[in-house]
Design a protein around this ligand. Structure first.
Ligand SMILES: Nc1nc2c(ncn2[C@@H]2O[C@H](COP(=O)(O)OP(=O)(O)OP(=O)(O)O)[C@@H](O)[C@H]2O)c(=O)[nH]1
Ligand SMILES: [Mg+2]
Length: 471
């Protein structure tokens, strides 16, 4: 574990009222003392021996003064410095925060001064990583910090705050404790077979495995299914052949002229992503290059990007043009979409009769479909309802739980569930206790990965690299 002292600018770079430089580590206070000149209290207060002015920088207090370059004896800014001595701090280390004015030069100059006094520039997420490594928070709580920062809806924030408080961790720990108790019992049966018989209390063990453990894991997995979109956003790709009106729809959805719309096929050549909120769901919607056969090298790249985007999306809006017959290109696009959840969007309905039906082939019949006019905005509300319905079902706005595992947790939960199910089968088949114990131990380790007890360095790197510098 590093015990050097780290520093970074914790606020967004740019002009603003206040910028904060954060320092954490053994030397934080010494560094601060070497560049901070504390304001002297007024004479009346100076007379009191208890006056703050006679004390060094006391902990969990704000101190007013100036930052001075000690070499040049030059004042850089008037600041407020907060000192928080270990262990009651974010990282469990000594922390000093310097509140300066926020301008690029002033922040950079003070940070440079701090680095000159012996601090090292912090890596992204390193303050939070230290909070985790020093045992103040577990890995789910560390991940939730970035979720709080990235929250795009009220509900996402509620979920993130609940996880910061440790609610997900507590559930994982309680399931893990039940597994540990069972493992102890099974190991006792292995170590003292004469005393406890082959497998003791099989019924009781099965009961805990099925009710508490499998039941608990499945509930968490359900909560992932219904809630992860609120957390990560629903990725939607608008896909179709050139000129069907994809860009017009994106502009309509975001109520802006974001994307160029022309009657010329092949107008959009790159992928354009926008974020919005549809019926309370955070959505990332992409307008894509029209899919068709072409030799134009720019379009070819755009089309390749579209195909890749379809793969990574949660929902495809497959758009066709009501005013022209379907073409082979439409059928090929449908094949490209494959088994992705998909809504058939029949655009330009303003150009056809009200009760016009598209001559869709049989294999499209399973798609929920909707008629709209991206040009005039008809059917937009119904399309939004349909998006919400298809993506999170009828309960779309009733995600009650504030406990929502993320994809990393889900994968570990899946593994753990499979292992426990395998242990249950082994017990039913009266397999040797040693084999059952191995499954349970592996299931325990999988849960340990979620809270960070058994997480590997590359997993940690992946998690903390998503943070910004200074958090
Ligand atoms: N009548 C009518 N015209 C529309 C509608 N939606 C789009 N258009 C027109 O169709 C043309 C193509 O629209 P775009 O939104 O650029 O189509 P696109 O699918 O993005 O096209 P590419 O970027 O070339 O793939 C433009 O002239 C639009 O004004 C609609 O609902 N009704
Ligand atoms: Mg376009």
């Amino acid at each position: 574990m590093n015990n050097d002292t780290i520093a970074a600018i914790a606020t967004p770079i740019g002009r603003g009222g206040i910028g904060i430089i954060k320092i954490s580590g053994d030397r934080a206070l010494i560094i601060a003392e070497s560049i901070f000149r504390k304001s002297v209290s007024k004479p009346r207060q100076l007379q009191t021996l208890n006056s703050d002015a006679f004390h060094p920088l006391s902990s969990h207090r704000l101190h007013h003064g100036t930052i001075v370059d000690p070499e040049k004896d030059r004042i850089l800014d008037e600041v407020l410095v907060s000192v928080m001595l270990a262990p009651n701090t974010y990282t469990k280390e000594n922390i000093v925060e310097i509140n300066t004015h926020s301008g690029h030069v002033v922040l950079a100059s003070i940070l440079n001064l701090v680095l000159k006094q012996g601090a090292r520039l912090a890596e992204p997420g390193e303050f939070t990583k230290r909070a985790y490594l020093n045992g103040r928070i577990d890995l789910t709580q560390a991940e939730a910090v970035i979720d709080v920062i990235n929250s795009r809806t009220d509900k996402a924030l509620e979920v993130a705050t609940s996880q910061v408080k440790g609610h997900l961790k507590e559930i994982i720990e309680s399931i893990r404790d039940s597994m540990l108790a069972i493992l102890t019992e099974i190991e006792a049966a292995i170590d003292f077979p004469d005393d406890v018989g082959e497998i003791i209390r099989t019924d009781a063990i099965m009961n805990v495995l099925e009710e508490q453990i499998i039941g608990g894991l499945k509930t968490l997995l359900d909560q992932y299914e219904s809630g992860h979109i609120l957390k990560e956003g629903l990725k939607i790709a608008i896909v179709g052949r050139p000129n069907v009106g994809k860009s017009s729809l994106l502009n309509r959805l975001i109520q802006d002229d974001r994307v160029i719309v022309t009657p010329i096929p092949g107008t959009t050549r790159d992928l354009i992503e926008e974020t919005l909120n549809i019926r309370g769901i955070p959505v990332i919607v992409a307008d894509t290059a029209g899919l068709h056969k072409t030799d134009d090298p720019v379009e070819v790249i755009g089309i390749a990007k579209t195909k890749e985007y379809i793969d990574g999306s949660d929902l495809v809006l497959f758009m066709v043009d009501a005013s022209t017959p379907l073409t082979n290109e439409d059928h090929t696009i449908c094949e490209t979409i494959g088994k992705k959840p998909c809504i058939l969007v029949v655009n330009k309905s303003d150009l056809v009769d009200k009760d016009f039906e598209i001559a869709a082939p049989e294999q499209w019949q399973g798609y929920p479909s909707i008629k709209i006019s991206a040009l005039y905005g008809n059917g937009l509300g119904a399309l939004k309802d349909l998006i919400a319905k298809v993506s999170i079902g009828e309960h779309r706005l009733e995600v009650q739980s504030t406990i929502v595992p993320n994809l990393r947790h889900k994968m570990a939960l899946d593994r753990s569930l499979l292992l426990v199910q395998s242990a249950v089968k082994a017990i039913q088949d009266a397999m040797p206790s040693e084999l059952i114990a191995i499954d349970i131990q592996d299931a325990i380790d999988s849960l340990g990965e979620i809270i960070g007890m058994t997480a590997k360095e590359d997993v940690l790197d992946q998690i903390f690299s998503r943070f910004c510098i200074g958090k």
